[in-house]
Design a protein around this ligand. Structure first.
Ligand SMILES: [Mg+2]
Length: 394
């Protein structure tokens, strides 16, 4: 069996709402269907059947315009969301039988990380085939699946052979397969970025690769940096199941109430370190730092602040946590029985791509330091590095 080091599936139902309508109403099969808001209320198309797409009708355009393009279309307005949700549940139940690592993008689209279930379910291509078969059997509908070693390439792949397609792009093939594709195939490249790239003469992903990273950053800002990587099929963003925690925090309850501000700060530092380690392990970074405090009379409060950029660094979390503690609580004046610190407001960017505007150089060095500490801890156990990694800037 051919085991993949990392295997991500992107599953996308074909013309989902329209297909459900054709499933439930056999007389509509083979006919152009438009599902969405009514033209009178200036509605928008949510889904167009493939028969309607031939005339240029597609989702996200005004319904009135779609009807002009394809006057013979059967219009279904409003959409029967309840029914689509029902079918969607069947589809997601199939995903969940394969792996718990399912990240829904919408009712009809999801990423699956199948890296860890290859021994159980077979190689990723076999898994993709089985999923497509189950969907067809259990719902009567077709799905297109992309198989790759990261999310962005899987997403591109699922779209290459729609409808009812299965496209596999292995790590080895990635550069070659991406090269001839339009840059707009990359998730996140919209008309604005696309226009800027076209001015540079960049139309394909292969042409995009001819540009150095700093040139792309000049033209597109931070996005240029991630484009540089995505054009090379480099994307280690994790598949994050829905309902995942929306914050990462640690707290501690004291055996005896603490009045000393310095003591509280030291404890908070240790907690910040644990928070940062967990953030980095999960590839997360967040823009909100918060603290939790419980006084001796059990009054509990949280204080939060939003940072200019996301962080996954113990030093930054501790710095802002201590600031909140000093400025916005009565710590040091009233006895405290519990203190906690956490990070929320996760950004889509993987932590290592986050830019730190204020103290960029410092933070980059700090991040390297803390990551090295993570690795040593992993190898030698928790006790190997204690506070040494934490360069606290109070
Ligand atoms: Mg779809």
């Amino acid at each position: 069996m051919n085991l993949w080091k990392r295997a991500i599936l992107h599953v996308d139902m074909d013309a989902f709402y329209a297909s459900v309508e054709q499933l439930d109403h056999p007389e509509l099969r083979g006919k152009p269907i438009l599902v969405g808001g009514s033209p009178e209320s200036r509605g928008v198309v949510s889904a167009a059947s493939y028969e309607a797409r031939r005339y240029g009708a597609r989702s996200a355009i005004p319904m009135a315009r779609a009807i002009r393009l394809c006057p013979q279309a059967v219009v279904i307005a409003p959409p029967r969301m309840e029914r689509y949700r029902e079918v969607s549940d069947l589809v997601f139940a199939i995903f969940n039988r394969v792996t718990p690592l399912v990240q829904p993008v919408s009712l009809d689209e999801a990423f699956l990380d199948v890296t860890g279930c290859q021994r159980l379910h077979g190689d990723p291509v076999a898994i993709a085939r089985r999923i497509r078969l189950s969907i067809k059997r259990e719902t009567g509908l077709t799905a297109s699946v992309g198989v790759a070693s990261c999310r962005s390439v899987a997403k591109i792949a699922s779209d290459l052979d729609k409808p009812d397609g299965l496209t596999v792009i292995s790590v080895e093939e990635t550069l070659e397969r991406l090269a001839p594709l339009a840059v707009s195939r990359i998730w996140g490249v919209g008309p604005v970025a696309g226009g800027k790239l076209e001015k540079l003469g960049v139309k394909t992903i292969g042409q995009l690769r001819e540009w150095p990273e700093d040139a792309l950053v000049n033209v597109l800002g931070v996005a240029g940096s991630s484009l540089y990587r995505l054009a090379r099929g480099i994307d280690d963003s994790p598949v994050e199941p829905d309902g995942e925690e929306k914050s990462v925090s640690h707290e501690t309850t004291f055996a005896r109430d603490v009045c000393d501000l310095g003591e509280l700060e030291t404890v908070l530092l240790g907690l910040a370190e644990k928070v940062a380690e967990r953030l980095r392990r999960r590839g997360l970074a967040g823009r909100t730092v918060f603290i939790k405090l419980r006084y001796d009379d059990f009054t509990t409060l949280t204080r939060r602040k939003t940072l200019p950029a996301a962080t996954c660094l113990a030093a930054a979390i501790a710095r802002h946590g201590v600031e909140l503690l000093r400025d916005r609580t009565a710590a040091g004046k009233r006895p405290v029985r519990l203190v906690g610190v956490g990070v929320a407001g996760f950004t889509d960017q993987p932590a290592q791509k986050v830019l730190f505007r204020e103290t960029e150089q410092d933070d980059a060095r700090q991040e390297r330091l803390e990551r090295t500490a993570d690795r040593i801890r992993e190898k030698l156990g928790k006790e190997a590095i204690q506070r040494a990694s934490l360069k606290f800037r109070g």
